[in-house]
Write a new protein. Structure first.
Length: 161
């Protein structure tokens, strides 16, 4: 467990070791890392060989140059970086993206430019963040009826705006 000293309390994080493969096209890039002691997400870097220009409305699959060996019972969720979203309108499609424990291929990020200006993705740029999450598997059982709740079957927006 790693501990972070706060103003008047200690916060502990559960730690696991994850093996990482660095692909040849990413040997010069930093390993994923947490930017602050209290961060839950670690950064993923663009491993593109040349800059990628994303015009407004365009999307591109950006390589990160890494593969992970996740243990059973965990997944990695890829998420947008808030700075790219607020400053440039650049975010991720399929977010949060899921990297399953049995996937061993290169992690790639689907970026989309929802902004009004062309955005340049450059090698080594922090393009996404990723969070390790525990997985709970469900066992599904068919039922003729479900228990009643106050909400019932009310759908999208049924409680008002």
């Amino acid at each position: 467990m790693e501990s972070v000293k706060g103003s008047s309390r200690r916060i502990s994080f559960k730690e696991i070791e994850i093996q990482i493969k660095i692909h040849p096209h990413a040997q010069d890039l930093p390993l994923p890392d947490y930017q602050t002691a209290g961060a839950s997400g670690f950064d993923l870097f663009a491993a593109c060989s040349e800059p990628v220009l994303l015009k407004p409305g365009e999307r591109a699959l950006i390589p990160t140059g890494i593969s992970l060996a996740l243990p059973l019972g965990v997944e990695v969720q890829t998420r947008p970086r808030s700075g790219l979203a607020v400053r440039h309108g650049v975010t991720l499609l399929n977010t949060p993206g899921t990297i399953d424990s049995d996937y061993r291929g290169e992690i790639k990020i689907i970026l989309i430019n929802l902004g009004s200006e062309t955005f340049k993705v450059e090698r080594g740029m922090r393009i996404a963040q990723a969070v390790i999450a525990e997985v709970i598997k469900a066992r599904f059982a068919a039922a003729d009826n479900l228990d009643a709740t106050l909400r019932g079957s009310g759908g999208f927006g049924h409680t008002g705006v």
